[in-house]
Design a protein around this ligand. Sequence first.
Ligand code: AMP
Ligand code: MG
Length: 542
Amino acid sequence: MLTPSDKTLDTLNFDNRFTRELPADPALANHRREVTGACYSRVKPKKMANPALVAYAREMAEALGFSPETCESERFTEIFSGNRLLPGMDPYAMCYGGHQFGNWAGQLGDGRAINLGEVVNQHGNRWALQLKGAGPTPYSRMADGFAVLRSSVREFLCSEAMFHLGVPTTRALSLVTTGETVMRDMFYDGHPQQEPGAIVCRAAPSFTRFGNFQILAARGETEILKQLADYTLRTDFPHLVQSSGEISKETILAWFDEVCQKTAEMIVHWMRVGFVHGVMNTDNMSILGLTIDYGPYGWIDHYDPNWTPNTTDAQGRRYRFSHQPQIAQWNLLQLAYAIHPLVGETEPFEASLNQYAQTYESQWQLMMAQKLGLKTYDPESDESLISDLLSLLQMLETDMTIFFRNLAHMDLNGTPIKEVTDDALMTPLLEAYYGSDPLSETHRTKTTAWLRQYLTRLQTDGLENDIRRKKMNAVNPKYVLRNYLAQLAIDKSEQGDHTMVNDLLEVLRRPYDEQPKNEQYAKKRPDWARTRAGCSMLSCSS
Ligand code: AMP
Ligand code: MG
């Protein structure tokens, strides 16, 4: 007997355009290989021993028309662990290449991600569903195709946290454990261990990456490159395609320009919330400007623009917080090289890349002005106001999230700035400082001087306190997925207790709201987490 939940799942409306319209790898055997002349390979998820649901994301489930009962059904777990394929599915792994840490790495591809197909929901929205950690594919190279619970918890929670923060991102529907173990050498120190295996079902309008174009260009497969570009325009950028359906050079250039703009917007959001991706290789850059592939990412605790969470990146710090805007531009340049054969000219690409820098700069300024509660960015006063603040934040370990959140508490209640004491000025911010020592005299003097400058600027702006506070609270989150919180949730999950994963998921649904019952999740990083793996640094092992 099929339950109503089973029916909902079994009648999902699949429309698999990617596999229908693009060239497939003719070989069906699942062994590691170079796949040429194709955009993907058909491959089935591996059957898992004993899948169990850890968590699902309510909003994503709703977007697919799933009720809580449906998500909690046995069939749901079977499907999203890859153990049951539905008739409309057409599972495949994508072929892509990429630059890793600045060097061309050749073919990479979905080594452990298997796309189940594309669902069109009741509103006509398209969601490609993808299992990460579902077993080997032709693109698995030397690795096993699986994912461990710790990295899956991190990907699952962060995808949804970013969504609720308003940051463009791929989404996560579900997290399951597989009932199997996976061998990982987490510290790359020759001590591999068995870890619990897990699968995240990711969702996005499309998972196409810069690297999908790069691999075709690198191989000189210009005809397929053109097909993939045409396809991407028609499916992901339909507003750019003329009614005749013709895709001209101008269309390709308008598309590249839009990818530059979308990428700039995404990076401005990362800088706003203090997110460091950690592995901005070109295969981890979405053509839709979505944050994709949550690996050794991290959240800025104390404000340090040079911080990178990725231990593999500790030497060069290529992917450090402050470098993300430049790296995105470098990655866009690689995309430009890849699609250049479709256009043949160079100047228009250069213009878009320059425009990227300008868009980024002006949007970043506006974003920073918003974080400070200003109506708009006034270069006269705000350039130095902002750069002075950023230097101050680095002088003494200062929690980025708490500092900006608490800045909204500044309220003179009509007292003239000159008459406010330094103590009164500092009080709302004290919570943001790490270290047990009281602030040094120098730091205190500099901070209060900056605060007086800031308050004077607010007065010229003339926004009412309440309105300013509301606006600031809408861009300065109270709750982010602090590295140590994710690690605590992982520690519990690895013991079979998934409550904290679900608690965090719930808290992070409303990151800008005050949640009096959840204050503990807004606390700054405790001292023990400063040097613990997973809390301050992460390896790529996942
Ligand atoms: P990343 O930069 O971590 O997103 O991954 C780089 C490449 O390695 C991608 O092609 C992944 O599919 C592949 N990869 C990472 N981990 C595994 C794994 N455990 N098994 C197979 N392929 C993997
Ligand atoms: Mg990747």
